[in-house]
Write a protein that binds this ligand. Structure first.
Ligand SMILES: [Fe+2]
Length: 578
């Protein structure tokens, strides 16, 4: 039985395909259309998933869409009556979603009447929860989804046993931890969709300032929280994110009110310098998020008595907060879906149909994130030839595995910057050793070199370490696996000086624990680096330069040429500048 999951008309448009309970492919549309967080209809992602599964649209039995426009209809009607713009927006959303079967048929030049698949609407947060629980290794777990907003809710929690989830609580519009974080992110002058990540990095540079003010913005309320609505605007202007029709870039309207400026002082404009006050406010924002998020998790642990928790939703990308779960909540095991944001909904909706609707037993755990496109040796060779890199003063060699690892590890140990392109592309926003830029973690200057030469991004943003999983406890104060870079732990104080480049200013690292089983080649590279240097860690950052992570070998070669990377590995090929 074949189930196609589609996250459409929403940020991080994506598709996934599940065949007889086994995930075959999952990818975000941005990897193909090269627009970061692209919304719209993910036609290319769907086409890839079908191709990977060897199927055609007519072979699909079920289509799962992670959105139910009819959820919380009473609340929506209440707001629609107060806000005509909101009512218009609702009608637009409803039309788009009810038109998904036609959009699908159109994308494949099919007569809509011939699309025989059964369509399912899965509520946004139930799809998030399903994305975390049904592919986790746990038979029983507590579940929490928290994000900006989806289907008029921001938070949902419950528990899962086998192939069933039970929902126990929801926080509805306009109260949202994700929108709280987004609003203060905007106030601090970071206006682009997805900029919350930058503010989380910035938070490590400050001292908590005005925590009481942040506690007034998000107030404790029973098992959850409420927003101090005077500081926000979304409840007056409408909650929907839109996207530019031309290039499908998601756009979030202004979220903070003048009252927030009265409370915290004047907002920062993007071109203004970052002052200590801004850093302190970022620290306080992160502190308040942690109080509320970890507080909710603690109550969830107490109520359910469970030791494992599964997390999804954009807030679950807050790796700093996630790293504190073990010490503060009572949970001992954590699984965060690698595409915890809305991209992951395609997988979640598909598994919701397989388990929750069709009642099928569990048989799959997602223990790696390599579900995107991969390329053959021939395709890589053709890309190298077409790019003309060899004629551009670069040396191209095809090497045996052992030689390739030794040569590559030596390049990294020599302080060079390496592009590393292997196997199938990662699912979700983190590069996890298949579309990565790798560098020497021992060199303190590496962070600045990468930010300036390759990534062209703010200097305060940290880089991440990839570590051999078996060495985690020796280098970090926690050793619970973090295969998808969704947890940050303190680096052991005696090791901080040994890996300064991916150690953040507060002494933590957003680590990826790499097992030989999940990624044998990346594991071998780090192992070879350890043999040379005694350090089982490399610095890993995504293979891109202010664009979606590269997907095809052609894009890797372009990025290599454009930036000042020193070497590039594409499968078995090593490209070096001579
Ligand atoms: Fe979401």
């Amino acid at each position: 039985m074949n189930i196609l999951g589609i996250n459409a008309y929403h940020g991080n448009a994506s598709a996934a395909i599940v065949c007889d309970g086994r995930l075959v492919a999952a990818v975000e549309e941005e990897r193909f259309n090269r627009v970061k967080y692209a919304a719209g209809f993910p036609a290319q992602a769907i086409r890839y998933c079908l191709k990977e599964a060897g199927l055609e649209l007519k072979d699909i039995d079920h289509v799962a869409v992670p959105r139910n426009p009819y959820a919380r209809l009473g609340t929506k009607l209440f707001y629609a009556m107060r806000m005509p713009s909101f009512a218009r927006e609702r009608i637009k959303v409803l039309t788009k979603f009810t038109g998904i079967p036609e959009a699908l048929a159109q994308a494949f030049d099919m007569d809509p009447a011939k699309v025989t698949a059964r369509f399912h609407r899965v509520e946004h947060h139930q799809a998030h929860l399903a994305s975390a629980f049904f592919v986790s290794p746990f038979e029983r777990a507590a579940l929490l989804s928290a994000d900006g907003l989806g289907d008029f809710a921001s938070t949902m929690w419950g528990s899962g046993t086998g192939s069933r989830m039970k929902i126990e609580g929801t926080i509805a519009f306009p109260h949202s931890l994700g929108l709280f974080y987004s609003a203060v992110t905007q106030y601090l002058g970071f206006l682009k969709f997805g900029d919350e990540y930058k503010v989380m990095g910035l938070a490590a540079y400050g001292e908590v300032e005005q925590l009481e003010a942040f506690r007034d913005m998000v107030r404790a309320n029973g098992d959850g929280f409420r927003l101090g609505l005077e500081y926000f605007t979304h409840h007056r202007t409408g909650p929907e994110m839109s996207w530019a029709e031309a290039d499908k870039t998601p756009v979030q309207g202004k979220l903070f009110s003048e009252e927030m400026e009265k409370l915290l002082g004047p907002k920062r404009n993007p071109e203004e310098p970052l002052e200590q006050r801004h850093k302190n406010l970022a620290t306080a924002l992160q502190a308040r998020l942690e109080e509320v998020y970890l507080g909710m998790l603690k109550k969830l642990a107490e109520r359910t008595g469970l030791k494992a928790v599964c997390l999804a939703g954009g807030v679950a990308f807050n790796c700093v907060a996630n790293g504190k779960i073990f010490d503060t909540t009572g949970f001992e095991q954590v699984y965060v879906h690698p595409a915890a944001g809305d991209g992951g909904l395609a997988v979640g909706a598909a598994y919701y149909v397989w388990h929750q609707i069709l009642g099928k037993p569990r048989s799959f755990a997602m223990d790696h994130a390599y579900w995107g496109p991969g390329y053959t040796r021939g395709e890589i060779r053709r890309a190298i030839d077409a790019n003309g890199v060899a004629q551009n003063g670069c040396r191209v060699e095809e090497l045996a595995e052992d030689t390739l690892m030794q040569r590559t590890a030596a390049i990294v140990a020599d302080g060079k910057i390496l592009g590393w392109f292997q196997g199938r592309a990662e699912w979700g926003p983190r590069a996890l050793g298949n579309r990565s830029i790798v560098a020497d973690p021992r060199r303190p200057e590496m962070k600045e070199i990468l930010n300036q030469r390759i990534k062209h991004r703010e200097n305060f943003r940290p880089f991440a370490p990839s570590i051999l999983a078996e060495s985690t406890g020796e280098w970090f104060e926690k050793s619970h696996p973090s295969p998808f870079m969704t947890l940050a732990y303190p680096v052991r104080p005696e090791k901080r000086g040994k890996i300064p480049a991916p150690t953040h200013v507060d002494g933590t690292g957003r680590l990826q624990t790499v097992t030989r089983e999940a990624n044998p080649r990346y594991w071998s590279l780090i192992k070879a680096f350890e043999r040379l240097t005694g350090v089982p860690v490399v610095l890993n950052t995504s293979f891109n330069d202010n664009e979606p992570i590269v997907c095809r070998p052609e894009e890797a070669l372009d990025c290599f040429q454009r930036t000042q990377m020193d070497a590039l590995v594409l499968g078995d090929f090593l490209v070096t500048r001579s």
